[in-house]
Design a protein around this ligand. Structure first.
Ligand code: PEP
Length: 265
């Protein structure tokens, strides 16, 4: 049965530490060519490494807008506008490049770079201050899932963030539910399990912020999404798209994912 779409589906490519400037522009130019005739409503977000952001936005500015047209986002940012933070990139620097989307709290940032809830909250605060759309990543580790703690973990990761949004008028954000054990492993969650967690997240947004915001926010699933399993995720009523790592690096697969999200493939 075809799903009635209340929310525009999103396909977001998290390239992590992959692709040079030249590879990024080459990918985007071929992508535009390959989706030229695709008449579907899909929001496509591409998150290249920082070094390729300027090339990507400059390239896209010179292209004709069309039905499917990627927006470029950043994989991370610091919460301050400037200062003595060696190696960091500020929201102002991203805004200058025309960047309006930023991934915050990806599990690789949390686990490999020791980002904690406090710094993630400050980043979300900075995104709100700069009217940028954060894609806030949450998800449990394998052991936590085994212990039946998934909802508790996700709730703890989201509570102060949702309370922060409640205090502002700005509620343009997305949540990516990414079970840590499914990221880059080739073992995805089942669509039913992912959907249960996404439904739980939506209910949490409804109870903390408002039912209106809960109905509007896009909740994505991430973790070993590929062309074989994506349709099943996207058919779930509470899953509005995918945050995709590995499969987004391959142009043909990425185009296919975009078509699937638009019910075109
Ligand atoms: C990710 O990095 O957000 C991700 C989901 O990666 P992969 O698709 O490779 O599991």
């Amino acid at each position: 049965m075809e799903k009635a779409r209340e929310r525009i589906p999103v396909v977001a490519a998290n390239w992590k530490m992959n692709k040079t400037c030249a590879e990024t522009v080459n990918f985007l130019s071929q992508f535009l060519y390959m989706v030229e005739d695709v008449n579907a409503q899909v929001e496509v977000l591409v998150f290249p490494p920082f070094t390729a952001l300027r090339s990507a936005t400059t390239f896209l500015q010179a292209e004709k807008p069309r039905k499917i047209f990627p927006e470029i986002g950043a994989q991370n940012m610091h919460w301050e506008d400037s200062g003595a933070f060696t190696g960091e990139i500020s929201p102002l620097m991203l805004k200058e490049l025309g960047i309006h989307h930023v991934i915050i709290g990806h599990s690789e940032r949390r686990n490999l770079f020791k980002e904690d809830e406090n710094s993630i909250l400050k980043k979300v605060e900075a995104a709100i201050r700069h009217q940028m759309t954060p894609i806030i990543c949450v998800g449990e580790k394998f052991q936590e899932r085994e212990e039946g703690l998934t909802e508790e973990v996700v709730k703890n990761q989201l509570l102060s963030i949702l309370q922060l949004f409640k205090k502002t008028e700005f509620t343009d954000f997305m949540i990516a539910y990414e079970p840590v054990w499914a990221i880059g492993t080739g073992v995805a969650a089942s669509p039913e399990d992912a959907s249960d967690v996404c439904r739980y997240i939506r209910a949490l947004i409804g109870s903390i912020i408002s039912p209106d915001v809960a109905a509007k926010v896009r909740i994505l699933y991430g973790g070993s999404v590929d062309v074989k399993n994506f349709r099943d995720f996207i058919l779930e009523p509470d899953i509005d798209g995918g945050l995709v790592g590995t499969s987004s690096l391959d142009l043909k697969k990425f185009v296919e994912l975009v078509k699937i999200a638009g019910n075109y493939g």
